[in-house]
Design a protein around this ligand. Sequence first.
Ligand code: GLC
Ligand code: CA
Length: 562
Amino acid sequence: MKLSQIDRKWWKEAVVYQIYPRSFQDTNGDGVGDLPGVIQRLDYIKSLGVDVIWLNPCFESPNDDNGYDISDYRKIMPEFGTMDDFETLLAGVHERGMKLVMDLVVNHSSDEHEWFKQSRSSRDNPYRDYYHWWPAEKGTPPRRWSYFDKDGTAWKYDEPTDAYYLHYFAEKQPDLNWENPKVREEIYDMMHFWFKKGIDGFRMDVITFISKHDGYPEFPEEYQGQNMIDMYAQGPRLHEYLHEMNEKVLSHYDIMTVAEGPGTHTDNVLKLVGDDRKELNMNYHFDHQSIGVGDRGMVNEAFQDLVQFKQVMSDWDKALSQDGWNTVYFGNHDFPRMVSRWASDAPEYRATASKMLTTYLLTMRGTPYYYMGDEIGMSNIKFESIDEYDDIMTRNWYSLTQQEGGDTQALLDSHKITGRDNARTPIQWDNTSNAGFTTGKPWLTINPNYAEVNVAEQQNRSDSELNYFRKLMKFRKSELTLIYGSYNLLYSEHTQLYAYTRELDDKKLLVLLNFSNQVAECEAPASMHLGKVLINNCDAFSVNENSISLKPYQAVIIEVGQ
Ligand code: GLC
Ligand code: CA
């Protein structure tokens, strides 16, 4: 790869740091993180070296799904603060040379949004067609699967107008009808409203689901249940709408966009992010997250299958190597803590393992999305009982399993690994009570390991996870090879080692990552002259007569001579 051939863009060179405001920092003692809390921690965020903050939804919401059910797109959720707080935050981010990306949640709104209140009030209300309705006189609507519905079905009967409405998520999250041009205009206007305030982009929540199939036909047998996701992402007018959105809104600003893309795969992603498509900049997929995880978040023995993982990630790199641009991530508010899911949170490995995963994220081609708290190696809380969970997803899947007389204990065991609340426990700032997150009662239990794992303890310790993250951030920033260089996988069948080179112009780097808790060995790649070790998360690294040996979870970056 040659730098001169590359179409450089700020969002390709950026590292995105994701903040789930509810769990970041509380400032008024109500146990819920808030925007003043983010403002208070801006210098910390800046000290990480990240470029962009992606803030999870902070709009007015009854919080059935923690802000992903919006009742007013132009107001700030009172629990989080005011519009003034938001503006102070945005100014503070910009003053520090960073950017702010917000969540755009427009596949659905809250049922408490004024549009839906109107829509459900009568069949001839002007807002009726803002949502999807199926009149009961037509019989039972064709099956649709719902993520969060109590009965697993996405059509909900609504008495006042004797009709069913569609909700791919909870029943309090009715799907907006994008087929209606008025809905699209309302959304575009609202996007202009935020861009005019100066925000720098949108992460678009389940944006691949916005176009529905005309007449809501039955889906083929292979797409039943949770597999419907792939059908949802193939709505006939998805690309028409995104292209229109680009033309009417996105192209007017210097911003970044990223699709949350359930149902996108390597064979269809370029339709969304191909350079000449004029739709979105980036997409993030779920193909790696689903390795070894089945319906309802049930884990099987393949959940850390490294060979599969390498294959998936390499295929994605390839799909976007000539056109479009990739993203890489492990953690976010919908997935468990990266160290617990992808490596090990056992006390003897947690710190090293989390540094290894950080090394991966910051040395792959594609924009890294890094989830708050992963920089200090936070790990899963692993709730024992369903009562400890707040998350609508775990709670619903538990009750569905219970209704069916299924194995609820097995579900709980799996959710210790996969449950979303594992990533939502508050940030561990220090070892004072409630980890410095709140003076009140935290909305979700704080991981008891905060006494050892916290920002204050790691702040000035040179070998901490936190300072390792900062070091890797500086390294990525100083080395365009890590951003734009070609990626080449080595030892694809090795079950412990993930190894690859990154290469740009005359520069070549070799990245060696041991994803296991055993020593990993391999022959030094033939024809490579191993040079200086630039990064190492352990204290030594051994190459003996061309045979390389890596300690459990060791990560090394080596310069390679030509
Ligand atoms: C996305 C969000 C998730 C939310 C869902 C419904 O997947 O990331 O948190 O529950 O959409 O909006
Ligand atoms: Ca608060």
